[in-house]
Write a protein that binds this ligand. Structure first.
Ligand code: UT7
Length: 332
């Protein structure tokens, strides 16, 4: 039997209309555009500020666009993997809401929480499903409404995060394209440095958790920064080396968009010029599981069949990794 490769055959995306720029943030907390631009590299972020709408709304929009663009009947989809840390509800899964609202009646679905590495981890799982031959069409969606867990009185975290979702269709091919290799890791050391303490089973919501502001992200930025730079750079270098990739034959680097300085460090380690690095952090900020598919969505037109792309991410847990894929179609 011929080997089945798993390849992305389309990309959809959605970002909310509301733009929260650095000027507006400077009126909310003691910060300024210059600090945010030099330390993080974010000019503005999108915020889903309509009452009652959660991550599933953005995911649904991204998935619908993906189905339309690829001319895919929702009934053909076998599975939806929904990478998110900000589900609409603890029960049911966000994936189940998306599947219901988009008419994927033949699909099973799951939410996957690997924080900002969620899309990368989900892609690896979707690729394995396709490569097994048991599934024909899998959608991987990454999206987060980080504004719902951001403390807008904390200047150390509120400039970073934004809302958005992206989705890709993964299918089988016998051509030599698609998901080639991955190196994914989790160390369990991240809890003290990047967490949301309240509202889970360890510390359910109560007046205490609300009074102590335990429902918004706690991050020790400097520690997370160091782990992110080291782990993203090392895993990219490992993936490049074991696939014979270098700054001449890598077409694009697709990094998680958490901080432009982290992205520059990764590019530097691979000896790649920044023109070959997908970058949209300045417009969307860190959308967690949304950053990788949203960058693909933004850059799709520039991508060519056969492009060698290295993806990398880092997030809470800690979770991190890198992967290598050969792009499967010309962007139009
Ligand atoms: O997405 C998944 C994982 N997350 C990440 O990858 C994020 C990793 N961490 C980072 O990107 C950076 O650590 C931050 C962007 C969060 C912070 O940047 P930093 O360069 O590490 O700043 P810092 O926390 O070391 O703070 C430096 C100074 C402090 O003042 P002092 O103590 O030196 O006087 C802060 O109080 O900057 C101050 N500061 C600010 N000043 C103006 C912190 N936030 C702000 C702000 N505006 N918004």
């Amino acid at each position: 039997m011929e080997k089945i490769n798993a390849v992305i055959t389309g990309v959809g995306g959605f970002v909310p209309e509301y733009v929260l720029n650095n000027e507006e943030l400077s009126r909310m907390v003691d910060t300024n555009d210059e600090w945010i631009m030099t330390r993080i590299g974010i000019k503005e972020r999108r915020i889903l500020n309509e009452e009652g709408l959660g991550t599933s709304y953005m995911a649904r929009k991204a998935v619908k666009q993906l189905l339309e663009k690829t001319g895919t009947d929702p009934l053909e989809i076998d599975c939806l993997i929904m990478a998110t840390t900000t589900p609409d509800f603890p029960i049911p899964s966000t994936a189940s809401i998306v599947v219901g609202r988009t008419g994927m009646k033949n699909a099973f679905c799951v939410d996957l929480n690997a924080a900002c590495s969620g899309f990368l981890f989900s892609m690896d799982m979707a690729a394995s499903m396709i490569q097994s031959g048991r599934y024909k069409k899998v959608i991987v969606c990454g999206g987060d409404k980080l504004s719902s867990i951001t403390d807008y009185t904390d200047r150390a975290t509120c400039p970073i995060f934004g809302d958005g979702a992206g989705a890709v269709l993964v299918e089988g091919t016998t051509e030599d394209f698609g998901w080639k290799d991955s190196y994914l890791r989790t160390d369990g050391k991240g809890l003290p440095y990047l967490c949301l303490k309240g509202g889970g089973s360890a510390c359910p919501s109560s007046y205490f958790t609300i009074d102590h502001r335990m429902h918004t992200i706690h991050q020790e930025g400097r520690t997370v920064y160091k782990f992110a730079v080291t782990n993203m750079s090392d895993s990219c270098a490992l993936i490049a080396e074991r696939n014979g990739l270098n700054n001449e034959n890598i077409t694009w680097v697709l990094p998680h968009q958490a901080n432009v300085r982290i992205i520059e460090a990764v590019a530097n380690r691979l000896n790649m010029p920044m023109e070959k690095v997908m970058l949209n952090i300045q417009r969307y900020g860190n959308t967690s599981a949304g950053t990788l598919p949203l960058a693909l969505w933004d850059y799709e037109k520039q991508l060519k069949k056969g492009d060698n792309i290295i993806l990398t991410a880092f997030g809470g847990g800690f979770t991190w990794g890198a992967a290598y894929m050969k792009w499967g179609y010309d962007g139009q």
